[in-house]
Design a protein around this ligand. Structure first.
Ligand SMILES: C[S@@+](CC[C@H](N)C(=O)[O-])C[C@H]1O[C@@H](n2cnc3c(N)ncnc32)[C@H](O)[C@@H]1O
Length: 439
């Protein structure tokens, strides 16, 4: 988990939440008059809530939490933003709808809640949640550990495929990138969405909001989410995709097809803009999954690691260097096994006795850094870099320019570009960026 990025997001959300609420008018009156901010999709996913204990993850200012409480649930809402939780608590008392709101980083809250034995019939998260979380495995284990056996996780989210596009529908971003994306800050998407996200009627409020605090996003793919839930022991009951986004005008020319279901312009083909998952905790799963990942240790290479490291190299290279083509990768595999591994000073990251990544050093040059793709983003690569830096100080590396997430990975670890060559070491037309980090 990347605490520092979560903390940066907290500041960014504090500023943005005040701007968002400035557009939503008198929300106390809205709820007193029987208002609800829920859409039919989430009500259907959750089922009958009367008398059920419901945990609302990343509840922001509590509008959905109070709408759920009105359906009969005993709601606990958790969010990292001070501004959001203060607003939610006020709104609960103004509207007379009871709910409990707690301010915490979700991952810290999970640990505390598990320690006190808290459990819920329903766990719910909606619209713009997991993109703020740095560890999806921990998220899924947290959900699983806090559900009662037989309980249900209801999750509805904007579709990661839509995140490939910029506001003008131009494909600009990698699908499910492995590195966090830094942004100038959480924006005023409520202003951009108008009545779509202000069911009480849109008010002008804060004009031309500029967030002074940068933010960091993690755009997880569908497979990341489903696999994390399965790995946490949950049974995925349904997975749905929707060609519209509820309330959110995230792109140019979106139009309301009724009830706040925003569609792309008519000239565009249909694409998925939201998805939903319902997953249950099996009755037989009485043991809560461990929230903490087993510790990673870093140790010197041993000859018996060779085949496992070569397999890690191949699976990670297929993700990072697909532009090389399978044939070239298989030829490189032989060189990695027979030449590079034997000549380098290799260090292995191991979890539960099994290698999950390695770094190969030639003097101060990082000849290779590879981690099992399923746990990219979990800090293993970062740990290997810091281990090498502690031993050697100054580090150099050469990265394929087409491997944008690797370039970004090194940049975030303090490496700066020193030079660029237009061909790789074999003289092939794949540009390589040379980067260095001072001691
Ligand atoms: C787009 S909002 C979710 C909106 C929500 N569906 C609602 O009911 O209004 C995302 C929320 O995630 C919260 N958040 C971001 N990172 C978090 C973290 N690490 N732990 C808990 N909450 C977090 C933000 O403060 C923000 O309120």
């Amino acid at each position: 988990m990347q605490n520092d990025l979560h903390e940066a997001n907290r500041l960014s959300w504090n500023a943005a939440t005040a701007a968002h609420n400035s557009h939503k008018g008198d929300q106390g009156a809205f709820f007193c008059n029987g208002g609800s901010t829920l859409y039919p999709e989430e009500i259907e996913l959750l089922g009958d809530l009367a008398g059920l204990d419901l945990l609302h993850l990343q509840c922001n200012s509590g509008q959905d939490s109070l709408s759920l409480a009105r359906l009969g649930a005993k709601v606990t809402g958790v969010d990292i933003s001070d501004e959001a939780i203060a607003f939610a608590t006020r709104l609960s008392s103004e509207s007379g709808i009871a709910a409990t709101f707690e301010r915490a980083d979700l991952f810290h809250w999970f640990e505390g809640a598990q320690a006190r034995g808290a459990v819920f019939d329903r766990v719910f998260a909606s619209y713009g949640t997991i993109c703020w979380l740095s560890d999806l495995g921990l998220w899924a284990r947290g959900v699983a550990s806090l559900l009662k056996p037989g309980g249900r996780f209801a999750f509805i989210e904007f579709h990661p495929f839509a995140m490939v596009f910029d506001e003008t529908w131009t494909p600009r971003y990698d699908y499910a990138p492995r590195e966090p994306i830094s942004e100038p800050g959480v924006g005023d998407y409520v202003a951009a969405s108008g009545a779509g996200l202000a069911p009480n009627g849109y008010e002008q409020g804060v004009v031309d909001f500029r967030n002074p605090h940068p933010s960091f996003e993690f755009n997880w793919g569908i497979a990341d989410v489903v696999q994390a839930l399965i790995d946490a022991g949950l049974k995925v009951e349904c997975l749905r995709e929707y060609p519209y986004a509820n309330g959110w005008v995230g792109f140019e020319g979106m139009r309301d097809s009724g009830g706040g279901r925003m569609l792309p312009p008519e000239t565009m083909p249909s694409i998925p803009l939201m998805y939903a998952i319902a997953a249950t905790k099996p009755e037989a799963m009485t043991q809560a999954p461990a929230l903490k990942r087993p510790e990673t240790i870093i140790r010197p290479y041993r000859a018996e690691d060779r085949d496992r490291l070569v397999a890690i190299w191949l699976s990670a290279s297929r993700i990072g260097h697909p532009f090389l083509g399978e044939e070239r990768l298989l030829a490189q595999l032989e060189m990695v096994r027979d030449t590079y591994l034997p000549m380098a000073d290799n260090w292995v990251a191991e979890i539960d006795g099994s290698p999950v990544g390695f770094i190969g050093l030639i003097d101060r040059f990082i000849g290779g850094l590879f981690v099992v793709p399923e746990i990219h983003g979990a800090g293993i690569g970062r740990g290997l870099i810091e281990h090498a830096a502690r031993r050697l100080g100054h580090l150099d590396v050469g990265v394929y320019a087409d491997n944008a997430s690797a370039v970004e990975f090194y940049r975030r670890r303090g490496f700066v570009e020193t030079s660029r060559q237009e061909t790789d070491d074999e003289g092939l037309p794949f540009a390589v960026i040379h980067m260095a980090r001072a001691s």
